[in-house]
Design a protein around this ligand. Structure first.
Ligand code: FE2
Ligand code: FE2
Length: 304
């Protein structure tokens, strides 16, 4: 099963310009994902859907998603606003006041969490949300489960984007997920970069944004001294493609730009491909490695 992910769209950054830079980047990313073969089963949009929480931007977001041929599931980030989101997307049910829900894909259970605390940049996870998550996890303790949320509960090393590991919400979330062998990991947004790490025995992967990216600068930052460092860069819009193969979640990151192709599968490189594929075990002897002819089919079946 393939799961596409986009994040940090920040639509409405230029409120008076419907065709703004961030909309162009979103449209390009959606077009790239919709052209994928095989097709993803769904598209996750993991928060900071819009920039200023306004209803008009959510309406434009709805319009941008209108032609996506597979389901789109959204999570909220620190730039979102629950009341306006709810007005434009009334099909979403809020539980205990939070946008938290389950996606039952068949092979994999997905729990979408709400880490928004309006007025705060960083994440939040209160006792009420923790109780909901605990109840959902206790319902199906053996089912492979993926957690989806905007804020990664990790210190990424870019000082102004860090989450302090001592933050109470991180402890609450960790306490709920700790020792749950069926939880395979978390996919998140917020960092505007691709980051992967290990946290509480779980893989955490963040997705690059469709909006401009955050610059990679790990130097300490001083709130009193603006030092002209790069903060936001107009690198290409990105997305993630997660492949659940029934055993592991494999995360790929790519951009929505045209790639400069240096080699194609033609007669010149056929020998290399043949050798590479011939090295692998045949299906009856194999240990689950996709075989040359089975790989595309396997992906196709997994995507259905
Ligand atoms: Fe963001
Ligand atoms: Fe964010």
């Amino acid at each position: 099963m393939l799961i596409a992910q986009i994040t940090d769209i920040h639509l409405g950054f230029e409120p008076e310009t419907p065709g703004e830079f961030n909309r162009q980047r979103l449209d390009r990313t959606i077009a790239t994902i919709c052209a994928l073969d095989p097709q993803p089963k769904m598209l996750l949009a993991t928060g900071d859907l819009i920039d200023r929480g306004d209803k008009g931007s959510y309406e434009r977001l709805k319009e941008a998603f209108a032609d996506v041929p597979f389901p789109v599931y959204m999570a909220l980030g620190n730039h979102d606003e629950r009341a306006n989101f709810s007005e434009v997307f009334p099909e979403y049910n809020f539980i205990d006041g939070f946008l938290q829900y389950e996606i039952d894909t068949g092979p994999l259970r997905i729990l979408v969490l709400d880490t928004l605390e309006e007025g705060r940049h960083g994440g939040a996870y209160c006792e009420v949300r923790t109780a909901w998550l605990k109840a959902r996890l206790d319902e199906q303790p053996d089912r492979k489960t993926l957690i989806v949320q905007h804020h990664p509960p990790i210190e990424v090393g870019i000082p102004w984007m860090n989450t302090d590991p001592a933050e109470p919400w991180v402890h609450r979330l960790a306490g709920c997920l700790r020792d749950r062998k069926n939880v395979i990991g978390l996919v998140c947004g917020h960092i505007h970069r691709a980051v992967a790490t290990h946290w509480e025995d779980l893989v955490v992967a963040t997705c690059p944004s469709t909006a401009p990216q955050v610059a990679l600068d790990l130097r300490p930052i001083d709130a009193d001294v603006p030092d002209q460092r790069q903060l936001i860069i107009a690198d290409p819009p990105g997305y993630a493609l997660h492949w659940w193969n029934g055993r592991e979640l494999i995360t790929h990151w790519d951009t929505a730009e045209d790639h400069a192709v240096l080699a194609r599968y033609d007669a010149n490189l056929q020998g290399m491909i043949q050798h590479m594929l011939a090295e692998r075990p045949i299906p009856s002897e194999g240990v689950g490695t996709p075989t040359p002819t089975a790989a595309p089919n396997e992906v196709r079946q997994a995507a259905e």
